[in-house]
Design a protein around this ligand. Structure first.
Ligand SMILES: [Zn+2]
Length: 152
């Protein structure tokens, strides 16, 4: 007799996450329509979302700066199957390099026509300019940026 290798588990949890000072400051900035980044004092890389430490230099990040709410779309993927609590598919999630950042901010990107999947890739070529669209009601969370849209 063999043992089962899988079993069905249902999770439906609501819980509070302690953001800490770095993420707390970032989320407060979003509430005020500011995208805050921080930088490493050793290698000068600028992180958004911010990081408490530079993972390369093993030092605390210290200097904070506000980045423009606009950048280059470096990569995106299309979500065809929905997740509980997520947007209605299809939708795109992209990695956006805000001007002055050394990391990518992941967020929903709009402005794509999904009716013919074979054309989606070319609609927003690598480096396309996108800008943040702010949510009307902001509560200090990542969806204070509603989404990014093509900027030009
Ligand atoms: Zn560093």
């Amino acid at each position: 007799m063999s043992s089962p290798l899988t079993q069905t588990v249902h999770w439906d949890l609501t819980y509070d996450v302690h953001l800490g000072s770095t993420w707390g400051r970032f989320m407060q900035g979003l509430r005020e329509q500011k995208i805050l980044a921080n930088s490493c004092p050793e290698c000068s890389r600028t992180f958004v979302p911010p990081q408490a430490y530079c993972e390369s230099c093993f030092v605390r990040t210290e200097q904070w700066t506000e980045l423009p709410a606009e950048g280059d779309l470096e990569v995106f993927t299309v979500v065809w199957q929905g997740f509980t609590g997520g947007p209605k598919p299809p939708y795109a999630v992209g990695g956006i390099r805000l001007a002055g950042a050394d990391t990518l901010l992941m967020h929903v990107v709009t402005g794509l026509d999904f009716s013919d999947p074979s054309t989606v890739r070319d609609q927003l070529p690598h480096g396309s300019r996108v800008r943040a669209v702010w949510a009307e009601d902001r509560t200090g969370q990542i969806l204070d940026i509603s989404h990014f849209e093509p900027a030009g």
